[in-house]
Unconditional design. Structure first.
Lengths: 96, 624
């Protein structure tokens, strides 16, 4: 499946609708990065949310930067909090 | 002369969405309102258009924040009296909720219960045992249930259950699997406990069902996870959703949604944003997942909607999907078939007889001893589609009787075998309650196969010794010899609709056999071989057609084999493998779309059951 990449701020209700979810692939990632199915409906949605188009490499760099910042915050926690804390250390991953 | 359709063509239905199995399968997640105070590990309750979230971790520390949702936006309302994280919650609207348990930071496990009336929280009676990480909740603010949670510091978890009657909490029988960070659905008397963390940091896929007095394990979810969203205060034991979640072994954060229809979990449309530790509530047709953690805390919410108006999937349907711009055909998706765990048998064994269907099966006799064949058994168990129950034994204990036959668990044959001292020609019939001895086989032997019914069957193959190809016909009272198999062998498998239409495959003669032979009522004809030669293969013994038969498991010199092969009437093709390789297990099934495989060898003898299911799928038609 082909994708497009953009950044857009989720404003809440109707940022994406049920109908849109059925029309194209959409997944949200750290840094307000969105992976969007590359079809007519996906293009229309990017326009609707005023998405800033990114290349895959640019989008990946944003996501990686956000996760690395979260990792640094986790690493800075006191040792006892790391063992007690509910949240595991965030891990890097690749966008589809 | 050309007919009308040749000239004018056919009209193909145009649909904007694919056909689906049920309303939930047509559901999707849309963005909901963004909460005011970003946090995770919060409590929540209420339907999609009237929900309440409370407490949680905005980091650092615990919060008492409470926010109310009207289906469009979140509004801050009065705080909890006691700030906390990972607390429970139940309620039927954003004006009638209880919050209970949780944890303060630093660790301080709470028992407080607070009641919300739409404008303020009031302290009411405490839990009996303070705890946190207990999103396993079901019911309402006046009749609720709490199950699992962490009574101490990580990695503690327990199986504790308490019920709430609107005034006070009472202890109830424990779950079978201790866990925290689980999800719940249903009511105080019919509830589901789903997933969670039994032992930090490992997530479980185990699901248990509460009937008002005890917990019973049922079918696992597809993806083991903890801190997943569920339908607190909504759903039923036959209609539930879970979504999102975490598995710390990785760690992996999930976006997937699974739907429970009372018999199996099906993956549906994903959340847009994978996350865990949010607040899930609502129903399978209108759910809400608020806030959570993607690696960082988020304040988004998503709304699940499954429209009641949907296009029902039907095998053979052809349509044009105008959204996907594709022609599609609905087919039975054999390549997409899979094995899932089922209810375990009571007495592990191999070399047993079996009969029936995937929802009404019978298992009898066998070898309960691990290792070399030394044991014999007369035990009989009956399966009703959800659990195995011990029933009356055979009169003669044995192993290696012929693989059984019979379309139900109320009529079967137990034929031949080895009784502990010698091979036997003994035959018994099952009437649903008792085994009764009847006319013996003409040829004493073990490890043959049977096809047909308890009143009209053929038995073939086995070892006398030597390996035999003898075929005998059972008319309900006597055995008559018919034409032999072309390849004499034992530990052979068979399947088919009747004594006049059967398939024989696999086994062992001078080596492991792949030979397949078809019976037409008079003689055996060699047809295409199995892809993998082996013996002790499980089969859909009661297949209603010779064009739809499954062969699974077996032993190939050794080790045990986990292959599944499908016979389409002319050749075998490989499908998804069973999870536990084994041979000489009990097996049933009436076609390639459904099967059971239970017990079997090698060491130790298995008690586990696996269930094969195949769903319909909409396949895009492409021009070649």
């Amino acid at each position: 499946m082909a994708y497009k990449y953009c950044t857009a701020t989720n404003w809440g209700k109707n940022f994406f609708t049920h109908e849109e979810r059925r029309q194209f692939h959409l997944s949200g990632h750290p840094g307000e990065v969105w992976v969007v199915g590359d079809n007519l409906y996906g293009d229309q949605w990017i326009g609707k949310v005023a998405g800033a188009i990114k290349t895959k490499e640019e989008a990946q760099a944003i996501v990686t930067g956000e996760i690395e910042a979260a990792q640094a915050a986790w690493d800075a926690l006191p040792a006892e909090e790391k063992t007690e804390i509910h949240n595991p250390r965030p891990t890097l991953y690749n966008l589809p | 002369m050309a007919n009308y359709s040749d000239i004018k063509g056919f009209t193909v239905q145009t649909l904007s969405t694919d056909t689906v199995a049920n309303a939930a399968a047509g559901g999707s997640w849309a963005s909901g309102g963004t909460i005011n105070n970003t946090r995770d590990m919060l409590g929540g309750a209420g339907p999609q258009t009237s929900a309440l979230i409370f407490g949680g971790n905005p980091y650092p520390g615990s919060s008492a924040y409470t926010e109310s949702y009207d289906g469009s936006s979140w509004t801050e309302v009065a705080d909890l009296n006691t700030a906390r994280i990972l607390l429970g919650g139940l309620g039927t609207s954003n004006t009638a909720v209880i919050a209970f348990g949780g944890n303060l930071s630093p660790p301080n496990y709470r028992a407080e219960t607070e009641s919300w009336n739409g404008s303020a929280w009031t302290e009411v009676n405490d839990l009996n045992d303070g705890r946190w990480a207990m999103a396993g909740n079901a019911g309402t603010q006046t009749a609720g249930l709490l199950f699992g949670g962490a009574p101490g510091e990580v990695p503690s978890s327990d199986a504790h259950t308490e019920s709430w009657n609107g005034t006070s909490w009472s202890n109830e029988p424990d779950m079978n699997t201790a866990r925290s960070e689980n999800a719940g659905a249903g009511t105080s008397t019919n509830a589901l406990s789903i997933g969670g963390t039994p032992s930090y940091p490992t997530a479980t896929a185990v699901v248990e069902q509460w009937n008002g007095s005890s917990w019973t394990e049922i079918t696992d979810i597809n993806t083991a996870r903890n801190d997943l969203g569920g339908l607190k205060g909504g759903g039923t034991i036959t209609d539930a959703l879970v979504f999102g979640g975490l598995n710390r072994s990785g760690p992996t954060t999930y976006a997937s949604t699974e739907f429970w229809d009372g018999s199996s979990w099906t993956e549906l449309a994903d959340l847009s944003t994978a996350r865990y530790g949010g607040s899930g509530s609502g129903t399978s047709s209108a759910a809400l997942y608020a806030a959570g953690n993607t690696g960082s805390r988020v304040g988004i919410s998503e709304e699940w909607s499954a429209p009641s108006d949907f296009n029902q999937i039907q095998e053979g349907q052809l349509y044009f999907n105008s959204t996907a711009n594709a022609f599609k055909e609905t087919v039975t998706d054999l390549p997409g078939g899979s094995w899932a765990s089922g209810a375990s048998i009571n007495d592990g064994r191999n070399a047993s007889g079996s009969a029936g269907t995937t929802t009404a099966a019978l298992l009898f006799t066998g070898d309960p001893v691990s290792g070399s064949p030394t044991g014999i058994s007369a035990n009989t168990e009956k399966y009703d589609g959800s659990s195995w129950t011990e029933v009356n034994n055979t009169n003669t204990a044995r192993r290696e009787c012929f693989y059984g036959c019979g379309l139900t668990n109320t009529a079967a044959l137990c034929v031949g075998g080895y009784d502990g001292s010698a091979k036997t020609s003994n035959v018994e019939t099952w009437d649903g309650t008792n085994w009764t001895e009847t006319t013996n086989l003409n040829q004493t032997r073990n490890s043959g196969a049977l096809v047909g019914s308890s009143t009209a069957a053929i038995g073939f193959g086995g070892i006398e010794p030597p390996f035999t190809g003898k075929t005998e016909f059972w008319n309900g009272s006597t055995w008559t010899e018919l034409a032999d198999l072309n390849t004499s062998r034992y530990v052979i498998s068979g399947a088919g609709p009747s004594y006049t239409a059967a398939l024989a495959f696999g086994g062992y003669s001078t080596s492991y056999d792949a030979e397949t032979e078809e019976w037409n009522g008079t003689s055996w004809t060699e047809v295409s071989d199995l892809n993998t030669a082996r013996y002790g293969i499980g089969a859909t013994v009661s297949s209603s057609s010779l064009n739809s038969i499954l062969a699974f498991g077996g032993d190939e010199a050794p080790p045990a084999n986990n292959k599944t092969e499908f016979w389409n009437g002319s050749s075998w093709s490989e499908l998804a493998e069973i999870s536990t390789a084994r041979f000489q297990g009990g097996s049933t099934g009436t076609s390639g779309t459904g099967a059971l495989f239970f017990g079997g060898a090698p060491n130790p003898v298995a008690t586990s059951t696996e269930e094969w299911t195949v769903n319909l799928a909409n396949k895009t038609i492409t021009a070649s």
